[in-house]
Write a protein that binds this ligand. Structure first.
Ligand SMILES: NC(=O)c1ccc[n+]([C@@H]2O[C@H](COP(=O)([O-])OP(=O)(O)OC[C@H]3O[C@@H](n4cnc5c(N)ncnc54)[C@H](O)[C@@H]3O)[C@@H](O)[C@H]2O)c1
Length: 306
């Protein structure tokens, strides 16, 4: 698939605006739509700010990007539709069914769900549309994190997987194919396994939330960009890995429900950064400072990789 394709992005929030930016930057004609007119109204400004931070001229990218008020206008000419609306299965199912009825019969249909199996999201589609449905799980911020998980279902056509991977690679992303449609795909399963253990350590009084962050950021977090866990296992040797697992795994959390720590914090109104308190405490200035710190770090990292 070579630019320029016509790509519709539905949902102009945190993820949708960055996804639209990447694809317009890659030369595609991108149409953005959102149920909330206020989100659509600010989207060009948000993309311009991202591009400025990256040192990329905004005008040529914004020229390839249109915002439209209705779903029909967004998808009527689309070669690919990317849904990035709220993480509610019922909403996504309804939206994908509507998209399938409005978009051209050849259009690839994708969802940016973080954890919901793609097969479930396609339950209201006919066989033909199911064959064109594939997961594309981007990571936040999508214009700076390279990985996109391309999730195939038992129905997804091979050419749809291949064309999606090619499009993402050509747009500068690092696509990986997820061969079975498991909840949370690959990255979120790995990430959330660590968060479960972190919360279990705090619950057990081993340390506080700040210490968890210090341990990760000052130890294995530093080597992760150059040494994946499977490379690391080989590096230390599989006998040692097996011995560590034999000693440690029986003691790790295998909780099957969300941590009571989360319930208690939420009940106190400590819902996270936007509320000023979550697992840690935050000032109003911190939100912007965290966003900028993360963006600056990622921009340096991806420039080093290039
Ligand atoms: N935030 C993350 O870190 C992250 C990472 C990867 C994937 N995701 C996934 O991406 C998707 C979007 O997440 P987000 O963080 O961008 O959320 P968000 O709340 O920032 O944006 C969602 C947007 O969708 C719009 N919307 C909701 N229902 C709609 C509908 N029926 N039609 C059109 N627009 C509609 C909302 O108005 C909103 O602007 C979710 O599925 C989420 O799980 C999020």
């Amino acid at each position: 698939m070579h630019p320029p394709l016509s790509i519709a992005v539905i949902g102009a929030g945190l993820m949708g605006h960055g996804i639209a930016q990447v694809l317009a930057h890659a030369g595609h004609a991108v149409v953005l739509s959102d149920a909330d007119p206020a989100m659509l109204g600010t989207v060009r400004g948000r993309i311009a700010r991202n591009l400025e931070e990256m040192g990329v001229p905004a005008a040529p990218v914004l020229e390839r990007l249109r915002t439209v008020p209705t779903l029909a206008a967004a998808v009527s000419d689309a070669d690919m539709v990317i849904e990035s609306v709220a993480e509610v299965a019922n909403v996504k199912q309804g939206l994908l069914a509507e998209v399938a009825s409005l978009a051209p019969a050849h259009a690839i249909l994708t969802s940016n769900t973080s954890v919901i199996p793609i097969t479930r999201l396609g339950e209201r589609l006919d066989d033909d549309a199911r064959g064109r449905l594939v997961g594309t799980h981007w990571w936040n911020p999508p214009h700076l994190i390279p990985l996109v998980e391309v999730v195939r279902t038992a129905y997804t056509r091979q050419d749809v997987v291949d064309r999606t991977v090619a499009l993402l690679r050509d747009a500068g992303k690092v696509p990986v194919v997820v061969h079975r449609d498991v909840t949370g795909f690959i990255g979120n399963r790995l990430n959330q396994a660590m968060w479960r253990e972190a919360l279990a350590l705090i619950e057990a009084g081993v340390c506080d939330a700040e210490t968890i962050d210090t341990v990760v950021k000052s130890s294995f977090g530093l080597r992760l960009p150059v040494l994946g866990p499977m490379e690391n296992a080989d590096l230390i040797g599989l006998e040692l890995t097996r011995n560590l697992h034999a000693l440690l795994l029986p003691d790790l959390s295998d909780a099957k429900t969300a941590s009571p720590l989360l319930d208690a914090a939420i009940a106190r109104g400590h819902t996270g950064l936007a509320a000023g308190h979550g697992l840690r405490s935050w000032t109003p200035e911190d939100a912007e400072a965290v966003r900028r710190r993360l963006a600056a770090h990622l921009i340096v990292s991806i420039k080093k990789e290039a």
